[in-house]
Design a protein around this ligand. Structure first.
Ligand code: DGJ
Length: 738
C-alpha cells in the first residue's frame, strides 16, 4: 500500500498533449488523511476527495468518477441557483464570475508547504488564488482564498468564504456548540437536515458566547467519541462568521465557512487583494476525540501562542474582591496564593482611573493610570509584593474600550464606533463604548496601552485582556461614507495588526483573551493569546458541560478553569472544594475567590490540588485528550482522560453529574493507553479516609481499555463531610521493571 506521508504533497501532472492543457492531480496528504484536487488548466478547480489516505490505484480511479467532482471554491453567477463561496459584482456591474485554473505553485515556510492553485475569471482580470497549507506530521489542512482585483475599477465582494467542502449524503451528523453568557459551549448533535443549517455570529467583537465557528461532521451516524469517521472544521477568525450546510437535492451536503458577509460587502480597489481567514480542516477515523486531538496538536504546535510552555497556576482577584481593589487586599491575596503553592496573582478590574476612578463598571476605561488612592505604592509596590512571595504578577486591561465618563473620551470622542447623525449607543454600566480599531490612531493607542505597561513594568508576567461589549451600532467615524460596510472586517484587521505589534515588542508576556467570559475562544485570536477565559460561570457542575464542549476544538492548556467559592456566585450552588478542584484540574488550573473566606479544610483541599496538579500539568496541558463519557449523554457521570504521546503516563477524570440513591452508573472503559503497557494507579486529590481498592495496583492497558475501573458512588469520609458530590482523579503511571 502506498502512503503519501512524505512529501506532503504529491501530484501527478498529466499532459493532455492533444489539447495542450495540463491536468494536475494534487494529493494533499497528511499522516492520516488525503485531500485530492484536480487542477486542470482551463477548468474550475475540482475537489475529488477528502478522507483516509489513498493508494495509488484508488487515486487513479478517483479521477474517473465525475460524480465526485465538485468545484473546490464555487463562484456565483453561472448556475446562480447553487450556493457559492465567492460572489462578486465586477467594476462594470456584471454579477457573474466564472474562473479557470491558470497554474499551481508551491512554497515552503517554517516547514509547512502551501499549495496555491491560481485561477482567474475567464473574462475579467479578477484573480482568485485558492490556497492549502499542510504541516508535516499534522492531520490538519488549512485553506483560504486570496482575491485580487485587476479590473479597471473597484469590484464589490458580496460573499467571500474561506472554504467549501462537499460531504457525501448519508447518515451524517453535525456536532456544534451553542450557548450564551455564563452558559457557553453547550453541545448540539443532530443529523443534517434537508435545507440549510446555519451557524452565525454578528456580535462584531466577541464570537463565541453563543454559537462557535467550529463544527464536526460524523460520517457514520450518531457521533461517537472514539470511533467512526469525522471531519472537523474550524474557522480561524476573531469576528463575525457564517458557517452553513446546504443539503440540496444532490447527493452531497455542501459546507461553507467564512466571514459573515451580511452588512460587510467589501470594495476591492484596483490592484488590491483580499485574503480570507483560514479554515482548518481535519479528518479522523478515531471519532470526535480523534478530530479534537488533531486540532489540539496542530493548534498547540502551530497556532496557540507559546503552545509548548506550561501555564502557571494563578489566583485571579475578580470574584474575590470585584472592584474593591486596595493594596492590603492585593498583598493578602498574593500571600494566600503563594502559601497554597500557586505561582501567579492577577489583579482584575478596578485598579485605574485618576480623574474618574474605576469604582464600578461605569467609567474610566482608557485611563490606564493607577488609582493611587487604592494602590499608594502603585504597580511597583504590587510587583515587589509578588517578588517577596516568590510569585509572578499579572494585570487586567480592556484596551479596545472606553466610557463616556473617561479622560480618553473627553479628549478623543472621534475614536469611538458611532453612526453619523445619531446619539451614541452605550453598553455596560450605561457608559461603555467601543474604540474603532479600523482607525490607525486607535491601533497606536491600544498598542501603547500594552507597550507602556510592559516598558514601565517589565516584570508584569500576565495580562488579562478583556472585551465587555459587542459593536453596538454600525458606524465608523474613521471610514469614509462609501466604505462603512468595511467596519466589521477592518476592525479585526486593525485588531490583528495591533496584536502583531504587541507580540513583536513583548513576546514573552502571557496574555489571556477574555471577553465577558468566553466570548473570545477562537483560533482567530490564539496566535497572539496564550489562553482564553472559558466562562464567567465557574460553577463546577456547569463547567463540566462547558469544558466538554470547549475541548472539541481547543486544548486544555488554553482553557482557563478556576476553583471558585461556595456558594457559587453565578448559580449559588454549594459544591464541595474537592469536586470544584477536580473539575478545574482538567483545564489550566487557577483560583477565582477570596482565599481568606475559605475554611481550613477547603484551603487544604485547594493547596493539595495545586500540588497534585503540578505533577500532572504536562499531561493535561500537553498530552492527548480522550473523552470517554459525555455529560450530555445524561448517564449520571462524565469522564475523560489525558495521555502523554509516549503513553507512559495518563490522568483519568471522573465526575458524578447527578446523585440518586442506589443509582446505577456505567463503568467507564479507558482509552488512549498502550494495550501492552502496565500502569500503576494512584488517586490524586484524595479526601477519603481509605484508599480506593485500585490504589497502588497495576493493570494492563488492555484491561483498563476493555473494562475501566470501578468508582464508588460516594466518598468514604467523616460523617459531616458527606455530600451529594463525588469525583475522582487518577494518575496512571507506566510500570517498567516488575
Ligand atoms: C468580565 C470578565 O469575564 C470577568 O472575569 C472580569 O474580568 C470582569 N469582566 C471585569 O470587569
Amino acid at each position: 500500500m502506498l502512503h503519501f506521508n512524505r512529501p506532503a504533497v504529491l501530484s501527478i501532472v498529466l499532459a493532455l498533449a492533444s489539447q495542450g492543457v495540463c491536468a494536475e492531480i494534487i494529493n494533499l496528504a497528511t499522516p492520516s488523511s488525503s485531500l485530492v484536487l484536480d487542477a486542470t488548466e482551463g477548468e474550475a478547480l475540482k475537489i475529488l476527495y477528502y478522507g483516509s489516505p489513498l493508494t495509488q490505484g484508488d487515486l487513479d480511479n478517483l479521477q474517473q468518477s465525475p460524480d465526485l467532482h465538485h468545484n473546490a471554491y464555487p463562484v456565483y453567477g453561472i448556475n446562480p441557483q447553487a450556493e457559492a463561496a465567492l460572489s462578486v459584482t465586477h467594476a462594470d456591474g456584471n454579477r457573474t464570475t466564472d474562473v479557470e485554473v491558470t497554474g499551481v505553485s508551491r512554497s515552503q515556510s517554517d516547514g509547512a508547504e502551501t499549495t496555491t492553485v491560481s485561477t482567474r475569471d475567464k473574462v475579467y482580470p479578477l484573480y482568485v488564488d485558492i490556497c492549502y497549507r499542510v504541516r508535516p506530521g499534522y492531520d490538519v489542512i488549512e485553506t483560504w482564498a486570496e482575491i485580487r482585483n485587476m479590473e479597471k475599477g473597484p469590484v464589490t465582494l458580496n460573499r467571500f468564504m474561506s472554504g467549501y467542502l462537499p460531504i457525501r449524503y448519508g447518515n451524517v451528523w453535525m456536532s456544534s456548540l451553542y450557548g450564551s453568557w455564563a452558559n457557553e459551549t453547550q453541545l448540539t448533535e443532530e443529523p443534517l437536515p434537508h435545507g440549510v443549517r446555519m451557524i452565525k455570529n454578528k456580535d462584531g467583537l466577541r464570537n463565541s458566547h453563543t454559537a462557535h465557528a467550529e463544527v464536526m461532521f460524523s460520517l457514520d451516524g450518531k457521533p461517537m467519541e472514539n470511533s467512526g469517521r469525522v471531519i472537523g472544521a474550524a474557522l480561524c477568525y476573531p469576528g463575525n462568521y457564517k458557517l452553513f450546510v446546504d443539503t440540496d437535492d444532490t447527493d452531497f451536503h455542501h459546507f461553507f465557512a467564512g466571514i459573515n458577509e451580511e452588512n460587510s460587502e467589501y470594495h476591492l480597489k484596483k490592484g488590491e487583494t483580499f485574503t480570507t481567514p483560514e479554515l482548518a480542516l481535519t479528518y479522523s477515523a478515531e471519532g470526535l476525540s480523534g478530530a479534537s486531538r488533531n486540532f489540539h496538536r496542530w493548534g498547540r504546535d502551530n497556532r496557540l501562542h507559546a503552545g509548548d510552555k506550561e501555564r502557571k497556576i494563578l489566583l485571579n482577584s475578580w470574584e474575590g474582591v470585584y472592584f474593591d481593589i486596595n493594596e492590603e487586599g492585593m498583598y493578602g491575596m498574593m500571600e494566600d496564593i503563594a502559601g497554597m503553592g500557586g505561582e501567579l496573582f492577577v489583579m482584575d478590574d478596578g485598579w485605574f482611573g485618576v480623574k474618574y476612578p474605576r469604582d464600578v463598571d461605569n467609567s474610566s476605561l482608557g485611563d490606564w493610570t493607577v488609582d493611587t488612592r487604592k494602590l499608594p505604592n502603585g504597580i511597583d509596590g504590587l510587583l515587589a509584593a509578588a517578588r517577596r512571595n516568590g510569585i509572578s504578577f499579572g494585570i487586567w486591561i480592556e484596551p479596545e474600550m472606553t466610557n463616556t465618563v473617561s479622560e480618553l473620551y473627553e479628549k478623543h470622542p472621534e475614536y469611538i464606533i458611532k453612526a453619523a447623525g445619531r446619539p451614541v449607543v452605550k453598553g455596560r454600566g450605561g457608559t461603555q463604548l467601543v474604540l474603532d480599531m479600523a482607525n490607525p490612531k486607535v491601533q497606536d493607542l491600544v498598542f501603547e496601552v500594552v507597550d507602556t505597561l510592559m516598558t514601565k513594568y517589565p516584570d508584569i508576567d500576565y495580562i488579562k485582556w478583556d472585551a465587555n461589549a459587542p459593536i453596538m451600532e454600525h458606524g465608523s467615524q474613521y471610514l469614509t461614507a462609501d466604505n462603512q460596510s468595511h467596519m466589521y472586517i477592518d476592525y479585526h484587521k486593525g485588531f490583528v495588526k495591533t496584536l502583531d505589534r504587541i507580540r513583536a515588542a513583548h513576546p514573552d508576556v502571557t496574555i489571556q483573551a477574555c471577553a465577558s467570559g468566553g466570548g473570545r475562544a477562537n483560533w482567530g485570536v490564539l496566535p497572539w493569546f496564550d489562553e482564553f477565559w472559558t466562562s464567567d460561570n465557574n460553577d463546577a457542575l456547569q463547567r463540566i458541560y462547558m469544558q466538554w464542549g470547549t475541548s472539541y476544538f481547543f486544548p486544555a492548556i488554553a482553557m482557563a478553569s478556576h476553583i471558585s467559592a461556595a456558594p457559587n456566585h453565578q448559580t449559588f450552588r454549594r459544591i464541595p472544594a474537592k469536586f470544584r478542584a477536580d473539575v478545574a484540574m482538567s483545564g489550566r488550573l487557577g483560583l477565582e475567590m477570596q482565599p481568606r473566606d475559605m475554611n481550613d479544610e477547603d484551603r487544604a483541599v485547594c493547596a493539595r490540588a495545586i500540588t497534585d496538579y503540578k505533577q500532572i500539568r504536562p499531561i493535561v496541558q500537553l498530552g492527548d485528550l480522550y473523552r470517554l463519557q459525555s455529560p450530555f449523554d445524561k448517564k449520571g457521570v462524565a469522564s475523560l482522560m489525558y495521555v502523554t504521546p509516549e503513553k507512559d503516563d495518563a490522568v483519568f477524570f471522573w465526575w458524578k453529574t447527578e446523585t440518586f440513591m442506589n443509582q446505577q452508573l456505567p463503568r467507564i472503559p479507558m482509552a488512549g493507553l498502550d494495550a501492552d503497557k502496565r500502569y500503576r494507579v494512584t488517586e490524586l486529590n484524595r479526601i477519603d479516609n481509605e484508599p480506593l481498592p485500585c490504589e497502588g495496583k497495576v493493570y494492563s492497558g488492555s484491561y483498563l481499555m476493555a473494562n475501566g475501573l470501578e468508582m464508588p458512588l460516594t466518598h468514604k469520609v467523616d460523617y459531616h463531610k458527606n455530600s451529594d458530590y463525588s469525583s475522582r482523579v487518577l494518575r496512571l503511571t507506566e510500570m517498567t521493571n516488575d
